[in-house]
Structures are given as structure tokens and as C-alpha cells.
Design a protein around this ligand. Sequence first.
Ligand code: GUN
Length: 282
Amino acid sequence: MAQIISGKELAARIKQRVSGQVEELKAGGVTPCLAVVLVGDDPASAVYVRGKESDCRECGIGSRMLRLPADTTQAQLLEQLEKLAADKSVHGILVQLPLPAQIDEQAVIAAIPPEKDVDGFSPVNVGRMMIGEECFLPCTPAGCIEMLKSTGVPIAGKQAVVLGRSNIVGKPAAMLLLRENATVTICHSKTEDLAAVCAGADILVAAIGKPKFVTGDMVKPGAVVIDVGINRDENGKLCGDVDFAAAEAKASFITPVPGGVGLMTRAMLLVNTIQAARRQTG
Ligand code: GUN
């Protein structure tokens, strides 16, 4: 049976460290502050944003919540971002995705100054990550790497398979695994023999957003399984992209859902916000 990688425990440790760093910053006259912009009323996004707000409060980070109606135009959103970009008391800016259809996501992301882009989504930060320069790492992939490292299982030289190729998770997760010297394969909807590719993975990162897509036969005995998915199963219960019970029987380590990667995503956002505040005021 696999050992569980607890997002709850790891995130709690990170938050404790962040709280100490907030105290240091405050002693120097700086209150780190994160602005979170939510457009529209997607219920999942509303839950995520509330979580981010409460994390900030818990660690002593200031948060500025901007809730805009679903019919907000791109120009209106860009105007708000311009104000936040110019506001010296705001160190990090996060625009919750997805955005309503009338808004061009990439145009919005590009409007966040790279030094405040705590999501690590802007072209400058993505580019810096690609070439291994200092940058904000996207929170979910960075959280996956932290979870992997917590196992003590070496990453270098291992076969890592990433299921999913989104800009938010799949692509950057593959890049970070490569940085750790894994041999990386990205699988997606057009991949042939996907199950066989997954079954060869020493490290399997599932980020395709399909409940229990990864079945037991797709998990190599002894593999480390990182489940990024947050889905509802046929009974409305929260589940990941991995069939947990089946994978747990074969993996050496596995992340649970809930209580796994999601909590680490939130923790890494706090880490990035501290980094932003330090860089802008140091
Ligand atoms: N939507 C889903 N995940 C994320 C994330 O990490 N950041 C933002 N801004 N939106 C998201």
C-alpha cells in the first residue's frame, strides 16, 4: 500500500514558515499584500478565491479582493489591473481563471507586471522559467514538485509522465520536472497508447480534469502518483483524476483528493506573495 503524501501537513509547515516571514517584513514596515480579482460568479472560482483570502488572513498577509460582475468588459478589467499594478501597497496580483468568454485571458495575464505576477502565468515569467532564471513558479506545478521532494524519492533520471498539457499545470509541471532532471513525457487527448505510457512512469502527474481517469493498470508498481484533479464523481463526491483505491494498491506514494495538491497550490501562492513583497521592498 502506498504512503500518503499529505498536502495538509506540508502546507501547514509552509504556512508556518510564511507567517514568520510576514512578521519579519512587518517589523521592517512592510505588510505583504495580495490582490485577487474574480470576474463573474463561477461557483468553483468563488470557493478557490475564498480559500486564498482565508490563507492570507491566517498568515498575516493583507488581501485586497476585487469582485467584478460577469458582464465586465476587457477594457474595464484592464483598467482595474492598471490601478493595482501602480499601487505600491499591492505586491501580488492574481486574476482567477477562467474568465468570462468576452475577455481575452492572455491579454489580461500580460497586463499583470511580471514582478507582481504571483501566479507565474505572464509571458515574462513563463519565459524565465523555461530558461531557468529566477521567476515566480506557477503555484500548482511548484506544489507538485514540493510534494515529490517530500517523499525523498530521487527525481533525476526517472521517467516522469504528465497527463495534461494546460498552460496552468501540464506544461509548467513538465518543465519543472525537466529542471529536476527527470525524463519527461507529456500525454494528452491525442496520445496513442496512453495507458501504456502511463504504466511506464516512475512519477505520474495527473492533470486532465477527468474523474478517476487513471486506473490501476496505468500505475507502475512503486510509482509516485501526484493527483492534480479536483472533480466530482458519479455520487457528487470530490475525487481526483486518479482512481485512488486502485492506484494506492500499486504506488509507493500517492497524493489524496481532497487534502493533496490543492492545499499546496494555495501554500505556494503565499510563498510567491512573500517573494514579491521582498523583491519590491528589499
Ligand atoms: N484557476 C485554476 N487554477 C488557477 C490558478 O492557479 N490561478 C488562477 N489565477 N486561476 C486558476
